[in-house]
Design a protein around this ligand. Sequence first.
Ligand SMILES: Nc1ncnc2c1ncn2[C@@H]1O[C@H](COP(=O)(O)OP(=O)(O)O)[C@@H](O)[C@H]1O
Ligand SMILES: [Mg+2]
Length: 243
Amino acid sequence: MLQIKNLKAYYGPIQALKGIDLEVEKGKITCLIGCNGAGKTTLLKAISGMLRREGSIVLDGQVELVNKPPRFVARQGIIHVPEGRHIFPGLTVKENLETGTINWHGFFGRKPYDRELEEVYALFPRLKERQNQLGWSLSGGEQQMLAMGRALMARPKLLMLDEPSMGLAPLIIAELFEKIKEINTEQGIPILLVEQNARLALEISDYAYVIDGGRIILSGPSAELKHDPRVIDAYFGKFAQKH
Ligand SMILES: Nc1ncnc2c1ncn2[C@@H]1O[C@H](COP(=O)(O)OP(=O)(O)O)[C@@H](O)[C@H]1O
Ligand SMILES: [Mg+2]
């Protein structure tokens, strides 16, 4: 559904992506793994239109997204859950979720969105329990659920998750990854998952890309890559004890 060809991206004069080729398939979980500073976040930002880019990003074989503004990309249903969650600390959980509907309403609160809200609450009952609590008062895991819930309120065609496991305890991570799988299998939403935690990402995904220095250095079905010694040696060390 998303075809990326020879994508380059820049922070001012600095080139951070050096010609990326990557595909996201309909209905699948595609993951992008790599060390800190490899270019994972940059790739998601480049897809979302937040950086100067060259190359090609084609949606559904039809719509060219390079040179389109973030607003256009989001309106196509490509929804980005950023690294660090970025929920609104001064809004309640429910209000945070409501902000996710801005895109498809034209403006905030114009149409009813009770169905979306109920779906998100069904997936994350903890958000329902805490719906009137302010964002800042949530735990890290709950904030990640909220950021994902907010993205789901937008009825995404493609969900992009940047390091959902970051800073969370292993048990919470396991619970979140179950939910990610559920979003994919039960709602059929394709996911582009960015993770430093390679072992987990390969466990949950169908296809994987390894990025290093702004280049894709390896790719293949996740079931194969998780047995690839090059991946195990370079990316499993840090997390190997936990799972
Ligand atoms: N705002 C920025 N300005 C300049 N360089 C940046 C900026 N953000 C990231 N970079 C550089 O781009 C490269 C990739 O960073 P990033 O995509 O954040 O890595 P990752 O998400 O894989 O940890 C790094 O070398 C980083 O220093
Ligand atoms: Mg990052």
